[in-house]
Design a protein around this ligand. Structure first.
Ligand code: SF4
Ligand code: SF4
Length: 426
């Protein structure tokens, strides 16, 4: 098994250096240098693969500065997968330099739900010792200096009970029109639990039979973006084996998280590409995986329900397009179509601009880059004057909530599913 995600030399050679990707590149906007640009990355990666450029601390730092936002892929005439090329070299970086202990510990916990549940419970019990609660933002703020965490930074708060432990496995509808499973994602499971609660209420109102598969594990995205491909493949295979036990009995797996659904729909196959049997098994599962707003908009009567029974809300909303919704899944019209039924929608200057989350490494070791990328987005949100900023992604939520806090912007973040649920509440 070759275990490579992509042919780096061919991808580098295929780049015609047209430069169309440069104006949209998130890291290039912060660090306007050819080495930190999509075509620069591709050139360096091909040179490295040919043996002309060693993977040292300097090149590692360059390759770790990409936000994996896929802006470049979106505009590239050849749709060159710079993001996958970076993911490929990150796997090599992980092998060559090792993965920092706290990331290894985190990825290990993602594999074992029961232990993660206990850790989250302990986190909830003890969080007030070290963190002040910021309830409105569903966040917490360190009271004193803590390594890794960074002082003065808003982090997602831990909930008392996880989403998966808050609901029955099967929520039956009397005359079900459809049957759908919920894949919740780790952040919405442990922190932003209201997203899943809202999704369940909305699906109940639509008469959908709901399955909440309790043994679902992380989709693998955090480990994938860090280059820990062994963990990624382990998680994917465990999830596939589990989902195969019920996939024939459901119409869809609904995911209220863009990064998770994009990981499942696109990256599972890439990560498994040298194992054809698993690619086939994965394809059968992911054919039914859909981002929640897309599936609800296209396959249910949610629009009609919102028009008939939804309240007209007097607070305004601006919608941010997560990279993993609009660029990788083509989902951007659907959340707007649903939200505009009950909320005044105000478009921001460039809703498609990356929020600057960037993955685990940028959020820990290169946090200054996340702050630099987040500030203009926070300003853009403020300029709309909207009360709420919404996006179907908890990574965007974590990044934007902190960016707004640091830049004195008082707008609150909510997932579109939470807003839809609020409009339907009596
Ligand atoms: S993925 Fe984003 S940050 Fe990385 S090279 Fe492409 S546009 Fe730049
Ligand atoms: S848009 Fe594509 S082909 Fe053009 S420079 Fe960027 S990566 Fe190369």
């Amino acid at each position: 098994m070759k275990n490579e995600l992509i042919d780096l030399i061919k991808t580098g050679d295929d780049c015609v250096k047209c430069g169309k990707c440069i104006p949209v590149c998130t890291i290039h906007a912060i660090s306007p240098d050819e080495t930190t640009s999509p075509r620069g990355f591709l050139d360096l990666l091909a040179a490295h693969k040919r043996g002309d450029l060693p993977l040292d601390k300097n090149t590692k730092r360059i390759f770790e500065s990409c936000f994996l936002c896929t802006n470049c892929v979106d505009v590239c005439p050849a749709r060159l997968p710079t993001d996958t090329a970076i993911e490929e070299v990150r796997a090599e970086i992980a092998k060559e330099f090792g993965i920092t202990w706290y990331k290894r510990a985190f990825f290990w916990l993602l594999k074992y739900r029961t232990i993660m549940d206990v850790m989250a419970k302990m986190g909830y019990v003890f969080k007030t010792c070290a963190f002040a609660d910021k309830k409105e933002q569903k966040s917490m703020l360190a009271r004193f200096y803590l390594p890794i965490v960074k002082t003065g930074r808003l982090l997602p708060s831990v909930s008392k009970t996880s989403f998966l432990n808050s609901h029955a496995e099967h929520i039956k509808s009397e005359n079900p029109k459809q049957k759908a499973a919920v894949f919740i994602g780790c952040m919405a499971n442990y922190s932003y639990t209201n997203i899943g609660d809202s999704l369940v209420r909305v699906m109940e109102k639509l008469g959908i039979d709901i399955l909440i598969p309790k043994k679902q594990l992380c989709c693998g995205a955090p480990a994938y973006f860090t280059g820990d491909l062994d963990t990624v493949r382990w998680l994917i295979k465990k999830n596939i084996e589990y989902f195969e036990t019920f996939i024939d009995n459901i119409d869809a797996i609904v995911v209220p998280e863009a990064t998770c659904s994009s990981m499942m729909v696109h990256d599972w196959e890439v990560a498994l590409k040298d194992e054809p049997e698993w690619v086939g098994r994965s394809a059968k599962i992911t054919a039914k995986v859909h981002l929640a707003t897309k599936w609800l908009n296209d396959n249910t009567e949610l629009q009609e329900l919102l028009a008939k029974e939804g309240r007209q809300m007097d607070y305004s909303v601006t919608y941010h397009d997560p990279c993993h919704a609009r660029k990788t899944q083509g989902v951007w019209k659907e959340p707007r179509a649903l939200l505009s039924k009950n909320y005044p929608l105000i478009e921001m200057g460039n809703p498609n601009r990356c929020c600057g989350f960037g993955g685990v490494t940028i959020q820990t070791e290169r946090f200054e880059l996340a702050q630099m990328a987040g500030a203009p987005k926070a300003k853009m949100i403020e300029e709309t004057g909207a009360d709420i900023v919404s996006a179907e992604c908890s990574a965007c939520r974590m990044q934007l909530t902190n960016a707004m806090y640091k830049n004195g912007v008082e707008t609150i973040f909510k997932n579109p599913i939470e807003l839809i649920d609020e409009a339907l509440k009596r």
